[in-house]
Design a protein around this ligand. Structure first.
Ligand code: MG
Ligand code: MG
Length: 258
């Protein structure tokens, strides 16, 4: 069942998603060599609660923290730890907030200090692939058009697309129908209709597409241990152009000042 949201509901979704963007910006301020992902988690949880939100991930299927922090070869769902981040690392920070009964979900992959040009390019490509997918997330197209756009953008540049984890519908629940894979066929899959809200989240690997699920029950890493990047926006389907409900604006303001 795919729920179509009213305009009022979409505005509530925007509030939740902008709070996610603000939380990620707060996290961005503190990202540096020597800081642990557990410290970043505390900052995120405090920020969300201080602003009247609920950290959506905390307790979700038993997940222990407010954010997922996936370092280097970890693709997604990384559990924050006390180990400090080091120069040259990357970390995907995925954050969810519920407020007024509606959910926001967005992720950004950050560089720790100076990273290699190869990794910089992986991040740039993954973020660009997200916007490429979003450009197809309009009324009348199908989920497969979004999926295909992300896949072609990344594979034509020599990167690989994770198959086991996908984007999703979002609303009152974090995960609603439909699934939004990052690979697929043009013209296939559920029809996109005005009022649908979906989270598009390319997970793109420098090496091969294969991943492994760790014994902690959460963390997913690349099999070849090469780095992986992850960017996510929640968008509302409209005719002509998608309405991006989450935002990287404040994150990138922080990063530019660094
Ligand atoms: Mg997410
Ligand atoms: Mg998501």
């Amino acid at each position: 069942m795919i729920y179509l949201k009213t305009n009022e509901e979409i505005e509530l979704m925007r509030i939740a998603n902008r709070m996610v963007g603000a939380t990620l910006a707060e996290v961005a301020k503190h990202i540096a060599p020597g800081v642990s992902t557990l410290q970043l988690d505390k900052i995120a949880e405090e920020y969300i609660r201080d602003n009247g939100g609920i950290p959506l991930f905390k307790g979700y299927n038993g997940f222990p923290n407010a954010i997922c922090t996936s370092v280097n070869e970890n693709v997604v769902h990384g559990v924050p730890v006390a180990q400090p981040l080091k120069e040259g690392y990357i970390v995907s920070v995925d954050c969810g907030v519920k407020i007024n009964g509606y959910c926001g979900d967005s992720a950004y992959t950050f560089e720790i200090g100076e990273v290699s040009p190869e990794i910089k390019q992986l991040l740039r490509t993954t973020k660009a692939a997200l916007y490429e997918g979003i450009s197809h997330a309009v009324e009348g197209k199908r989920v497969g058009d979004v999926s295909h756009a992300v896949q072609v953008y990344c594979e034509s540049r020599g990167y690989s697309v994770v198959r086991e984890l996908v984007g999703h519908g979002i609303g009152k629940d974090m995960h609603e129908a439909p699934e939004v894979p990052n690979y697929g066929k043009k013209g296939y899959g559920p029809l996109l209709k005005e009022g649908m809200c979906i989270a598009i989240e390319p997970m793109i690997n420098l090496g091969s597409k294969n991943v492994r699920f760790e014994k902690d029950g959460w963390t997913v890493h690349t099999r070849d241990r090469k780095p992986s990047a992850h960017f996510e926006h929640t968008v509302a389907i409209r005719s002509g152009e998608a309405d991006i409900l989450s935002t990287f604006e404040w994150i990138e303001e922080v990063l530019q000042k660094k």
